[in-house]
Design a protein around this ligand. Structure first.
Ligand code: NAD
Length: 297
């Protein structure tokens, strides 16, 4: 079975490699040449375009930054036709990007009109989870389409949840990421307070990790440089999950909250913090660099 993988960035690259290592025939494509070269060096077959990657594919997986990228890829951008037009009936499309639920539904509708199955399957677990193949998938779509996708998802992740109909995976994802944004900002603030009082950031982090303040940021993604060897904070905040991607997710959460009249005061506040951090020039750095708002490094 041939799989096309579109979007070989921080997440898509290692996800595509895990499928390749599991023995699947994967053809990847990314608009960025450095991203393609990196994956080619690791043994992935790279196609010259998304259409060529998808030629004859039974499954197309996309891992792109945001809604406009996914919409342009599958539905076209006014200049070029979308990829859906090039897929044969019966193809399965798995979009793992974090995008608006409304965009997932729009692409799913266009796919259904061509007898193409579509599921939204955004992920959690960070680049570490993508490399290790331990991602959590939050799936929206028909149960039968999820069952078709499951063997592939199992090669890239260890938790697979069926959240509901198309778009439900995206809704679960923005709830999770709103919480993550709040937890990262709060964790940063707490460590900075301790350090300002002379505490060792490593010792304080370990105390909080094992106490009632324990959370994913303290477990796997400490924002203070040097506390966790493999965290982006210890690599100059390079790679990982970009501040601008977190800002996008917090924006999606606020748009959704407005639409359903939900009260998300902390989500609104933290979106403002990440927006200010992005404006200060940190949009491309990992989102844990939000600690720079409260600590002069
Ligand atoms: P990234 O910026 O590293 O990678 C995205 C890639 O998509 C880039 O290499 C870009 O060149 C490529 N791209 C854009 N448009 C394209 C197109 N039309 N055709 C082919 N390639 C195209 O981003 P990422 O960190 O890999 O994140 C991807 C998605 O996963 C985002 O929606 C993000 O919110 C989500 N996500 C990221 C993380 C994380 O920790 N990085 C975790 C969970 C979810």
């Amino acid at each position: 079975m041939h799989i096309a993988f579109i979007g070989l960035g921080n997440m898509g690259g290692p996800m595509a490699l895990n499928l390749h290592k599991a023995g699947y025939s994967v053809r990847g494509f990314d608009l960025s040449k450095p991203a393609c070269d990196k994956l080619a060096a690791e043994g992935l077959v790279i196609a010259p375009s998304a259409t060529e990657a998808a030629q004859g594919a039974a499954v197309v997986i996309s891992m792109l930054p945001a809604s406009p990228h996914v919409e342009a890829l599958f539905l076209g951008d006014g200049r070029a036709p979308g990829l859906l037009a090039a897929l044969r009936a019966g193809t399965l499309v798995i979009d793992s990007s974090t995008i608006a639920a409304a965009t997932s539904r729009k692409v799913a509708e266009a796919a259904a009109a061509r007898q193409i199955d579509f599921i939204d399957a955004p992920v959690s677990g960070g680049t570490g989870g993508a490399i290790a193949g331990t991602l959590t998938f939050m799936v929206g779509g028909e149960a039968a389409a999820l069952e078709r996708a499951r063997p592939l998802l199992e090669k890239m992740g260890s938790n697979i949840f069926h959240a509901g109909a198309v778009g439900a995976g995206q809704t679960a994802k923005i709830c999770n990421n709103m919480l993550l944004g709040i937890l990262m900002a709060g964790t940063s603030e707490a460590i900075a307070l301790g350090v300002a009082n002379g505490l060792d950031p490593k010792v304080l982090s370990e105390i909080m990790r094992r106490s009632s303040g324990g959370n994913w940021a303290l477990e796997k993604y400490n924002p203070w440089p040097g506390v966790m060897e493999n965290a982006p904070a210890s690599k100059g905040y390079a790679g990982g999950f970009g501040t601008d991607l977190m800002l996008k997710d917090l924006g999606l959460a606020q748009e959704n909250a407005t639409a359903v009249k939900a009260a998300t005061p902390l989500g609104g506040l933290v979106r403002g913090l990440y927006a200010a951090h992005s404006l200060a020039g940190y949009g491309a750095q990992d989102f844990s660099s939000i600690i720079k708002l409260v600590h002069k490094g």
